[in-house]
Design a protein around this ligand. Structure first.
Ligand SMILES: Nc1ncnc2c1ncn2[C@@H]1O[C@H](COP(=O)(O)OP(=O)(O)O)[C@@H](O)[C@H]1O
Ligand SMILES: O=P(O)(O)O[C@H]1O[C@H](CO)[C@@H](O[C@H]2O[C@H](CO)[C@@H](O)[C@H](O)[C@H]2O)[C@H](O)[C@H]1O
Length: 456
């Protein structure tokens, strides 16, 4: 559905934006929520993307180390009440510069490039909050298959080649999977020296949906069990994994040595990135991984979500919908899209119940374990062993129902425990960079997991 290269034009930095404007933007960008954690300093201008028919809009591509950031801008002559327009960044070189993420002119340009001509932007608004990208709710944009409106996601980190947040929903929609918002289109730009890059993706809006993490926190706060909803989510995640096996088939098989080596590399990188929090645990983490390597067998791999947690699931009138197939934003794209163990997604959701218990302040210490068990039991009920040795415990040491043979269950316990640990290590780094006041949440999980492990 994306328009051809005729509509989207890519030119070198400086072609449209004077240096004073890019300086202004480069100084402003690092303070934004979507600015990748761990990057310091100012980005440098690289390319400018324009869309035919939208002369005021420039999608600036800025470089920072190996990362390319997309910053949509709306640029108009200064002195026309610029403060009244949304997202005013500042004035330089005689032009007023606005943040295109919150500006209808930039939305219209991206929609046009995604194949939606003359969109009705009534009620459009960007979602505020903890997002890595910028998502815009467009209730009056209703292409076929989107009876309640559309969601435009402006991808902030851009790279040549397929973006999983485009290709995965596109393949799932084509395969008829109903557990993710319907894919409607995408925006692509030809970058020099690489394959075309995706800049934005358009999907059907899920109406009146609750964010899964908020819903879980609310349950935890009120002391209401999350078990039934957790079980429904377990079923949807199992169906998602089944749909991914069909929509994006792969013949890849797990190489135990390489897999554990990958976990070791990630663990070392995490310790290096957050030494104050993690150095004390490095030895125990290494022992968990040694133990895993000794037991791991070659099993089939498949495409997975890659960064699944409760905030990636919406609960609406039609039940759970899974979103955001970008993978962990801090991993290279090639790694994020590589076939993997579906238990990695399971581990992500299990960790998320821990976050919800902590953030919601669950008074009942069993709230989290019950939700985890309900999720896992429902997942297994659909998926059997999910191609990864299935049953066993829920990754925190307390037993959960198993439908696998004992040897498979023991292997699955070890895999799930290692993946929960891997996720929690990632989270410590993520929180250290983005939300230091929450670093205690994954850290506590690591401590519990390692204590449980070493006390056996
Ligand atoms: N199709 C959709 N319908 C309704 N809300 C959505 C839809 N897609 C995303 N959202 C909302 O936008 C938020 C951010 O979307 P997400 O894809 O997770 O972006 P990010 O990668 O920036 O975290 C989600 O948590 C959800 O609340
Ligand atoms: O949603 P994103 O793709 O931006 O994912 C990143 O941010 C998430 C936070 O918004 C982060 O998730 C962590 O915090 C959640 C609560 O806010 C919790 O439910 C998750 O379990 C926890 O991992 C995610 O790790 C990060 O990649």
């Amino acid at each position: 559905m994306s328009l051809g290269p005729d509509a989207v034009r890519v030119v070198p930095a400086g072609s449209h934006l004077p240096a004073d404007v890019t300086d202004l933007v480069a100084a402003w960008a690092p303070g934004r929520r979507w600015f990748p954690g761990g990057l310091t300093g100012r980005p440098t201008p690289w390319l400018e993307v324009t869309v035919d028919g939208s002369p005021d809009v420039v999608l600036a591509l800025l470089r920072m180390a190996d990362t390319v950031l997309q910053v949509p801008l709306v640029v108009t002559p200064a002195g026309r009440d610029e403060h009244a327009a949304p997202g005013y960044i500042g004035t330089a070189a005689g032009v007023a510069v606005h943040d295109g993420g919150v500006h209808p002119a930039a939305w219209a340009a991206l929609l046009h490039a995604a194949g939606v001509a003359a969109p009705d932007l009534t009620g459009g608004h960007a979602i505020a909050g903890e997002q890595s990208n910028t998502s815009v709710v467009l209730p009056a944009v209703r292409p076929d298959g989107a009876p309640h409106g559309a969601m435009l996601k402006i991808l902030r980190t851009v790279a040549g080649g397929d973006h999983p947040d485009v290709t995965v929903p596109q393949a799932l929609t084509a395969a008829g999977f109903a557990g993710t918002p319907r894919f409607l289109g995408a925006v692509e730009a030809a970058l020099p020296g690489s394959a075309p890059a995706h800049l934005a993706v358009l999907a059907a809006l899920v109406p009146d949906a609750r964010d899964g993490f908020e819903l879980a926190c609310e349950h935890a706060r009120r002391g209401e069990p999350m078990d039934a909803l957790a079980a429904e989510l377990g079923t949807v995640v199992a169906h998602l994994h089944a749909a991914l096996r069909v929509a994006l088939p792969t013949t890849a098989t797990l190489d135990p040595t390489a897999f554990v080596a990958g976990l070791r590399t990630r663990a070392s990188a995490a310790v290096e990135a957050a030494p104050a929090a993690l150095e004390a645990h490095a030895g125990a983490v290494a022992r968990v991984l040694d133990d895993l390597e000794a037991r791991l067998a070659a099993v089939p791999l498949q495409r997975i979500h890659g960064d699944l947690h409760l905030g990636q699931a919406l609960y609406g009138a039609d039940g759970w919908q899974v979103l955001d197939f970008e993978g962990e934003p801090q991993r290279p794209v090639a790694e994020r899209t590589a076939p993997d163990l579906p238990l990695r997604d399971v581990a992500g959701v299990l960790r998320s119940f821990g976050y919800a218990a902590a953030v919601g302040g669950a008074a009942d210490p069993s709230w989290e374990a019950r939700a985890r068990q309900a999720f896992l039991a429902a997942y297994r009920a659909v998926d059997g062993d999910g191609g990864d040795g299935g049953g066993g415990d829920d990754g925190d040491g307390d037993a959960a129902p198993s439908d696998a043979a004992p040897s498979d269950a023991a292997l699955s316990d070890a895999v799930l425990r290692a993946l929960v640990l891997d996720k929690a290590l990632y989270e410590v780094v993520y929180e250290t960079r983005q939300r230091p006041h929450w670093v205690h949440i994954p850290l506590r999980a690591i401590e519990e997991l390692l204590t449980d492990r070493t006390s056996r």
